[in-house]
Ligand binder design. Structure first.
Ligand SMILES: *[C@@H]1O[C@H](CO)[C@@H](O)[C@H](O)[C@H]1NC(C)=O
Ligand SMILES: *[C@@H]1O[C@H](CO)[C@@H](O)[C@H](O)[C@H]1NC(C)=O
Length: 439
């Protein structure tokens, strides 16, 4: 992103080629132009969940993998972490040239809604990170969708955190509008928690259009091996339960590995009209072999090459043999309706139907952009008291503030962002008006 020092306006570098048609939503399905789009993808996080790296900032990594992804037959990858301060032009172009869309999680180890202190972590530093990521990524026409969160709720004890994930979704939607960024679909990727999987899906899709998600993702490991089936896995029940769900949904992770090697027989159901009236495909977990043994390929010690594993060959064979249904696959084309916001049940479901106001200090981003992206090393949003620790304040270059509300914590103005005086005064004015006025 570049700033004009005169006007303080953002000019986006246009991407060199735009081979892929941006994905849009109609009813409960995705479309590429007039063709229904099913996610046939892979979760792409070399390094694994414990040591994830941005795979799209380095052509030595993405260039190593993209030809094999293309050969596998995927049309999408999900990336859990990127370094928003890095340049992604080259890898995004390589993906585009290979016919592959990106589904992007906007969080990093330093920037996320925390389960322990969700309300405190929902602050202006967090939103600066999220918005800054959108500023630099939304120019890519093959960016299919954002995940505002992944498995933030992962049992029955932390359901309250969903409130702040949904507030983030609302703020992201508002930010796209205010900054005139392309309306990239925004969703949430849910853990498969039997006690509340229905509630989280309904919750995320409840409320006014500017608060609810555009789509919903499920991480689902219930189909284990060739002995499973549409019925044994419980997929049939999920189709039943989510029939009538107003927005697209897909399996944001699948590929149970209890009976290796995996044969991926679930592909036959996922791209069958048994499911495609409700589900829009899915993402296999995951590209590289890590300690938890879900890999399709193994990366060499020097990181320079990959070896295709049996699971890769099996998945490739399934993709080849199982086409998408013809036509619209049973999708509902009429505008999807919102779900009812689920009632609170103590110890089961405790998210608030009415969302917190956006932290007022984030309002300036709507008028002037989020500034230099924070990247992986910027000041964290995850302080546990009412204000960020001093070191974080310093690294953010912000003026010290002695306030008690998390919403009033100092805005971490990154160096050299808001160069024009006019921009600064508009931040102050917008800040005085408060976040709600901008929504
Ligand atoms: C389907 O919905 C029912 C009723 O809400 C619930 O009890 C059941 O667990 C759900 N099944 C699945 C597979 O989600
Ligand atoms: C589709 O559903 C029918 C009826 O439930 C079932 O018998 C069949 O095995 C299913 N096929 C696939 C590929 O899921």
């Amino acid at each position: 992103m570049r700033f004009s020092t005169l006007a303080g306006l953002v000019t986006l570098a246009t991407s060199a080629s735009a081979a892929l048609t941006p994905i849009t939503i109609r009813g409960n399905a995705f479309y590429a132009g007039n063709s229904r789009f099913y996610v046939r993808g892979v979760d792409y996080q070399p390094g694994g969940a414990s040591d994830p790296k941005d795979p799209l900032a380095d052509t030595a990594i993405c260039g190593r993998d993209i030809p094999a992804l293309k050969e596998l037959g995927v049309n999408a990858v999900r990336v859990y972490i990127i370094d928003s301060a890095a340049d992604h032009d080259a890898c995004m172009k390589m993906l585009d040239d290979a016919g592959i869309y990106l589904i992007l999680d906007v969080n990093t180890p330093k920037h996320s809604i925390t389960r322990k202190d969700p309300g405190i972590s929902y602050n202006e530093v967090y939103l600066q990170h999220v918005f800054g990521t959108m500023d630099v990524m939304s120019k890519y026409s093959n960016l299919m969708a954002y995940f505002a969160g992944n498995e933030v709720v992962n049992d029955e004890t932390n359901t309250y955190a969903a409130t702040f994930v949904k507030a983030t979704v609302r703020d992201m939607k508002a930010y796209q509008k205010a900054r005139k960024l392309r309306a990239i679909p925004i969703g949430y990727s849910a853990a498969d928690v039997a006690q509340n999987r229905q509630q989280i899906a309904e919750y995320m899709n409840s409320g006014p259009d500017d608060e609810r998600v555009d789509f919903h993702g499920y991480n689902d490991y219930s189909w284990c091996g060739a002995a499973s089936s549409f019925q044994i896995s419980g997929y049939d029940q999920k189709v039943k339960n989510y029939t009538g769900y107003g927005i697209p949904t897909f399996l944001s992770e699948f590929g149970c590995n209890v009976n290796p090697p995996r044969t991926f027989t679930e592909i036959e159901s996922i791209y069958h009209t048994n499911m495609t009236g409700v589900f829009s495909g899915g993402l296999v977990y995951e590209w590289t072999q890590e300690e938890n043994k879900y890999g399709l390929v193994e990366v060499s010690k020097d990181l320079k090459s990959i070896k295709r594993l049996v699971d890769y060959d099996n998945l490739k064979e399934m993709y080849k043999n199982v086409p998408n249904p013809t036509g619209d696959g049973g999708a509902t084309l009429t505008a999807g309706k919102a779900s009812e916001c689920p009632d609170k049940v103590v110890g089961v479901w405790e998210a608030d139907c009415s969302l917190p106001a956006m932290p007022s200090k984030a309002a300036g981003y709507f008028t002037s952009g989020a500034g230099e992206p924070l990247g992986l090393n910027g000041p964290t949003n995850q302080w546990s008291g009412p204000a960020p620790p001093p070191s974080e304040t310093e690294s953010g270059g912000a003026a010290a503030a002695t306030t008690t509300s998390p919403n009033a914590a100092p805005m971490a103005l990154p160096s050299m962002n808001f160069v024009a005086i006019g921009s600064i005064s508009s931040i102050v004015i917008a800040g005085l008006l408060g976040g709600a006025a901008l929504l």
